[in-house]
Design a binder for this molecule. Structure first.
Ligand code: GLU
Length: 356
């Protein structure tokens, strides 16, 4: 009897797996290309010479994929930018987010894949996560080796990104990134190694899933995306983004960099402090002065892991500073840029830091 029950359960599980992995209708995945190493090309395959990011067009990259990609999805592609992501700009984020937002609003598009340099991929991912209105999958993908290098990782990463985008399980999870068999969430991702193929990691959690061949596995119970129906900062209502600068702390740092950022028009400063968002007395004096002039000051940390908390060595309430909590400086900057399009209220901005 137990044996028979086991067979029924096993058969049901196999059938469920079969249905989730194979029987969905072939979706249309729209690919937006922005450049990066995934589209990089050089004269040598051994990376001993320079290569140029963003020089190979998306159709060439797609033609290099195995033929069976056409069984997974109908593909459409568009070249939006041709840049190394070190040249990504807030204005480009506005263009990209508007484009993605209108694509996912269309019945003809089931998912969007964005090819992107890895240097700032996590920033674009967070920006889109907070501004695009959809439950459809949006996947960022890059590569660490250029398309002409030995053992290039781009073709497999692009193939995997399309597989993840086409899988219905990827819906309603916010913006995701796919690299080196791994799926990460825009709400917790950072580049952790300057050159290794396995570079993306969660800051406070781990990868949320894996892709293997044509199969997608979500391993962690991730909270469903909270902002799918109404993102906190709908892109349709954003015209421009304020200047927010990041400054880096170190032993012996003075307030001169802060003073100069203020003089150059920063509307907010994210200070990547030492330890739990600390800074020298000289930096503190300049930050207090900046805050009095109406510049929003966010305390973050140069330490890669852990939170920059309120209620530690710095009296945030007294000086009107904001603590970045679980956000590293580059994430905190995006949240403040978007936050400032809505409010300058410190309590509200602090709340956003905890929420996003
Ligand atoms: N600077 C390049 C970029 O971000 C290299 C990093 C990469 O794409 O892997 O576009």
């Amino acid at each position: 009897m137990i044996n028979r029950l086991f067979h029924i359960v096993a058969l049901t599980m196999c059938t469920m797996f079969f249905f989730t992995s194979i029987t969905y209708a072939k979706p249309t995945v729209y690919i937006l290309a922005t450049g990066g190493t995934i589209a990089g090309a050089g004269t040598s395959s051994t990376q001993k010479t320079e290569y140029k990011s963003g020089s190979v067009l998306i159709n060439t990259l797609l033609n290099a994929l195995p033929e069976d990609i056409k069984e997974i999805a109908n593909l459409q592609a568009e070249q939006v930018f041709k840049i190394g992501s070190q040249n990504m700009q807030p204005e480009y984020w506005l263009t990209l987010a508007k484009k993605v937002n209108s694509l996912v609003a269309s019945k003809e598009v089931d998912a969007v894949v964005i090819t992107h340099g890895t240097d700032t991929l996590e920033e674009t991912a967070l920006f889109l996560n907070l501004t695009v209105q959809t439950t459809k999958p949006i996947i960022l993908v890059g590569a660490m080796r250029s398309s002409t290098s030995l053992s290039a990782d781009g073709p497999k990463n692009l193939y995997d990104a399309i597989v993840v985008a086409a899988n219905p399980q990827s819906a309603n999870r916010g913006v995701l990134a796919v690299m080196n068999d791994t799926i990460l969430s825009a709400s917790d991702i950072m580049k952790s190694d300057t050159t290794a193929v396995q570079t993306f990691t969660g800051i406070n959690t781990s990868a949320i899933g894996k892709v293997w061949g044509k199969n997608v596995f979500y391993l962690n119970t991730v909270e469903k995306r909270k902002y799918s129906t109404t993102p906190p900062f709908p892109i349709t209502s954003i015209k421009a983004l304020p200047q927010v600068d990041i400054l880096y702390g170190y032993a012996g740092a003075t307030g001169k960099a802060v003073d100069s950022a203020v003089a150059n028009g920063a509307q907010a400063i994210v200070y990547a402090g030492v330890g739990n968002g600390n800074f020298s007395d000289s930096v503190e004096k300049s930050l207090i002065n900046a805050s009095k002039k109406g510049v929003v000051i966010v305390r973050s940390s140069r330490v890669p892991y852990g939170a920059t908390t309120q209620w530690n060595e710095v009296d945030d309430e007294k000086y009107g500073f904001i603590a970045s909590w679980w956000n590293n400086p580059q994430r905190a900057r995006i949240i403040i840029m978007l936050g400032l399009t809505k409010t300058k209220n410190k309590q509200e901005l602090q709340k956003m830091m905890l929420e996003y």
